[in-house]
Design a protein around this ligand. Sequence first.
Ligand SMILES: Cc1ncc(COP(=O)(O)O)c(C=O)c1O
Length: 355
Amino acid sequence: MRHDPLWVNQAIRKIEADFQRSADTHLIKLDIPAIEGIDLYLKDESTHPTGSLKHRLARSLFLYSLCNGWIGEHTTIIESSSGSTAVSEAYFARLLGLPFIAVVPRRTARKKIEQIEFYGGQAHFVDEPCQIYDESRRLAEKLNGHYMDQFTYAERATDWRGNNNIANSIFEQMQLEAHPIPTWIVMSAGTGGTSATIGRYIRYQMHGTQLCVVDPEHSVFHDYYLTRDPALKGERGSRIEGIGRPRVEPSFIPDVVDEMRTIPDAASIATVHWLEKLLGRKAGASTGTNLYGVLQLASDMKARGEQGSIVTLLCDSGERYLDTYFDTDWVATNIGDIQPYLDQLAAFEQTGQLS
Ligand SMILES: Cc1ncc(COP(=O)(O)O)c(C=O)c1O
């Protein structure tokens, strides 16, 4: 169906004007004297208007869909999401005056549902995380709407060559640092779109940086990286919101990844609690997964007597998860004992070794 080109032009202009009014996100340097000569950085994606790295993806998916002729003045937008992408897409749908429905697992953080609704979106619940895809497709057909399908299109909607993508921004912000070309960039995967963008950009710019993707428990990405079996299925959803999937998502591109590591969920949660003391701010659990992977790599570098820099992402704020990852009872019931990892992190601060 051909949509009114005037409306499409105006919609693209509104998104570009919104971008023009936006600032880039900060690159925060962590201060850990025990690993002197190994500099760690967090790209703080929580400061986007909709609070997570998914603001970038939502902008890209809307532009991609508009330019493909998939969205018009009367299109209902539907998305399958664990929450963050839906919050950001609800923001852009409202900017364009379009109805938005997010198909989300029932146990998605309440704060995220409130934010989807704050931006005028509607949450449509399914019991199991694996049901989000079929239900989104069914709704899109029924309502004659457009299913954004982040898990398929994330990797191709972003311009990985440059043009203000996250990788480009990281390398520009690193320019005046002691080790401007990171030894490692560490990222977790939800759609896999961010790791695909970073991995491709590193190759295109011919940098020596290695990309490490960290995966939580109950995710199939790491097994897929090792076996390349696209039919792998997980028994249950990830406990780390936003990352780790029970099926191999089309947007996850394994061949741009240099190394994968599985991070225990208790380590991810312990790491965000440890980071809060260092930073004075709470981060979401996927940031804990990222940072624990960074600390493992830094510890290995120190043991080998190497110097350099490692960059990762602060994906979203922990304020979204006060009743889960920052609630002691919830953590004890749903994750287990995180004390051994808190002890390990306290020792790391003294020795620079994570053992
Ligand atoms: C909080 C959070 N962290 C990390 C990610 C992973 O990003 P990507 O989808 O680009 O792999 C997501 C994706 O939804 C997320 O919501």
